[in-house]
Design a protein around this ligand. Structure first.
Ligand SMILES: [Zn+2]
Length: 182
């Protein structure tokens, strides 16, 4: 009888260890590796409608998840901000990834941010049409929050209000001369 319990205990320890090994690894796209090396990245995990994990990680960007079951699916939101070089403004980078079919000892790799020209060239203020930067103003996403006098921090400098659409690949600059975003 004692042997039976011992065997049962070993069996349950083994299955617990296997389920504990899901790791999420954020691979920065090579063209932006130097931009993110010293930054913190927020990893926000949602299971169903419940918050599962919300944490900030430094390089190398990896987290171990509490053991999900095989049937769980997770929404993983990766978010980070980088200086664009004017008015202390930061550009938001994010990626939403749906992860499911967990297997034991598996590493889930998420590439971040989206490999697109707007993300890779975010610091480049030179307009692709006129090849000048003197009329390039920053694109602002979201709704500016106003104080009691109806003043928002974005009133202090020229900017282009994009609206509330948050994009994983969105422009950083607007050229007033050519009326384009880049
Ligand atoms: Zn231009």
């Amino acid at each position: 009888m004692r042997l039976f319990f011992f065997a049962l205990l070993l069996l349950s320890l083994k299955s617990f260890a296997q389920k504990d090994s899901v790791e999420i690894s954020i691979h920065i796209i090579p063209k932006m590796d130097s931009d993110f090396r010293k930054e913190e990245i927020r990893i926000w995990v949602v299971k169903g409608y419940e918050k599962y994990l919300d944490t900030f990680v430094k390089y190398p960007f990896k987290i171990k998840l509490p053991p999900p079951t095989q049937r769980d699916s997770l929404d993983v939101i990766i978010q980070s901000f980088l200086d664009i070089g004017v008015h202390d403004l930061k550009k938001e980078f994010f990626e939403l990834v749906y992860v499911d079919n967990f297997k034991a000892d598996e590493e889930k790799i998420i590439n971040f941010p989206e490999d697109c020209i707007y993300n890779i060239n975010f610091k480049n203020r030179i307009c692709p049409v006129c090849f000048k930067s003197d009329k390039a103003i920053p694109v602002i996403y979201g709704l500016p929050i106003m104080d009691r006098d109806g003043h928002s921090p974005f009133d202090d400098f020229e900017n282009y209000l994009w609206g509330c659409d948050i994009l994983s690949c969105g422009p950083t600059w607007h050229c007033k001369r050519d009326n384009i975003e880049f």
